[in-house]
Each structure stands twice: as C-alpha cells, then as structure tokens.
Design a protein around this ligand. Structure first.
Ligand code: PCA
Length: 227
C-alpha cells in the first residue's frame, strides 16, 4: 500500500468547536427571563471559529442540572457560560465562586424549596469559575458596559446549576479541557429598576465570550486585571 498519499486532514473532519450558553425559564411569577432572551439571540452565531449553542434550563432544582449535564454530553463544548437573572443588580455580574448548598429563598418552578441541602453530597464546599473573570470585566468596561466581579451567585437555582457545572467539569475526564462559569444579568427595563436593555446584555455576553476565548486564564496584575 502506498505510503505517500496524504491522510485526510483531521482538522477538516472536526466539527467547529462549540460554546454552550444557557438561560433560564421565568420564575417567581415573572413572565420573562432576560437570561434566556439574551442567549437565545446568540444561538447559531459564530465567534472566533466557535459556534454558539443556546439552551434553556428549567428554574427547577435537579431538573435544571440534569438538562445541563445532557447538553454537556451532547455538545462537548470548549466553553460553557450559564446565564441567569439577578433582579436588583445593575451590572453584568461575573460570578467568581459556586458553593455546595441549596438554600432557596422562594419555591422553584416545581414548588420545591430546599433548605441547607448540599448540591452534591460529599463534594467540595466550593469551586471557582474557570473563566477569566477579570479579563472579561475589563473587556466589558472597555465597551462602556457596566460589569462587576460577584462573590456570590446566591443559593437558589443559579448557584445550584453553577456548582453542578463546575463539579462536573472538575470530575469528568472527557470535559477536562472545558472551561466554564456563570454570569448574572440585571432585569430588563420592563421588569423594574435597576435594569439593562436587552441589546446591551446580548452585546455584553458577546464581548465577555470573546474575552474568555482569547484569554486562557486570568494573569494576576495583567492589564485590566486589577481590583
Ligand atoms: N435566576 C435565579 C434562578 C433562575 C434565574 O434566572 C437565581 O439567581 O438563582
């Protein structure tokens, strides 16, 4: 058999790497959730050679995480950014840390209200985001968008999903190279004050994703990575 023919270009056979974005159903009596509206607007778009895939999670303990785990297995994304609504916040909030507790201030969309329950029994108390949150904040501020690093994603369904995501990325060998984290977004103007226009949320997510794709990890004291 001839050995001087060219093997098929393996890269040409690889599907384009994916970025998985998730948003949530409306909850707590609301009729919309900006997190889903924003990620939905990015579905199918391309960014730096990646395809953006958006999916909606139910605002339900347990089911939200099962849905996310199925999406991770299906897409094997390079990057995962879960997005949720945080009423009362005025900036795009880049979450730093997920904690291993469900402590619901209100019932979820299935009527459950777990109190002081671990997300994953016996698992670590917390995980840090593996997104470059300082670089993302700097990129957002350069675009004139309000952005902050947040030290808590709360103890409701958003933290539940964030913790489950980080625990899965940390423990599943096939997702070893996948980076992930969580971003909270403000209300839309029609929901209350403070708020951010949907176009700005969508633009901000795109800016933040671009920064995450070009920045493998935050470098202490790198330009823009100051406190
Ligand atoms: N925000 C809630 C859950 C769903 C959402 O969009 C939270 O911050 O936990």
């Amino acid at each position: 058999m001839s050995t001087n023919h060219h093997p098929p270009d393996a890269r040409a056979l690889q599907p384009r790497p994916r970025v998985l974005l998730t948003g949530f159903d409306p909850f707590g009596g609301a009729t919309l959730n900006p997190s889903w509206l924003a990620v939905q607007a990015l579905h199918g778009r391309r960014l730096l050679g990646h395809t953006l895939v958006a999916a909606r999670l139910p605002t339900v303990f347990g089911d939200s995480l099962r849905t996310l785990l199925a999406l991770l297995a299906q897409h094997r994304p390079a990057l995962v950014v879960c997005v949720g609504q945080a009423g009362g916040r005025s900036a795009l909030s880049l979450e730093r840390i997920a904690i291993n507790v469900d402590d619901a201030p209100i019932a979820d969309n299935a009527g459950a209200q777990p109190i002081d329950t671990p997300v994953a029994p016996g698992a670590p108390a917390a995980y840090f985001s593996t997104l470059p949150i300082k670089a993302m904040r700097a990129a957002l501020r350069r675009e004139g968008l309000p952005a902050e690093v947040s030290q808590t994603a709360g103890t409701f369904v958003c933290n539940h999903v964030f913790y489950g995501l980080m625990h899965t990325l940390a423990t599943q060998p096939e997702l070893r190279d996948t980076r992930g984290g969580f971003v909270h977004v403000p209300w839309l103007p029609e929901q209350g004050t403070p708020s951010m226009a949907l176009d700005d949320v969508v633009r901000g997510l795109r800016v933040a994703l671009r920064a995450a794709l070009v920045t493998p990890q935050d470098t202490p004291l790198a330009a823009g990575a100051t406190h």
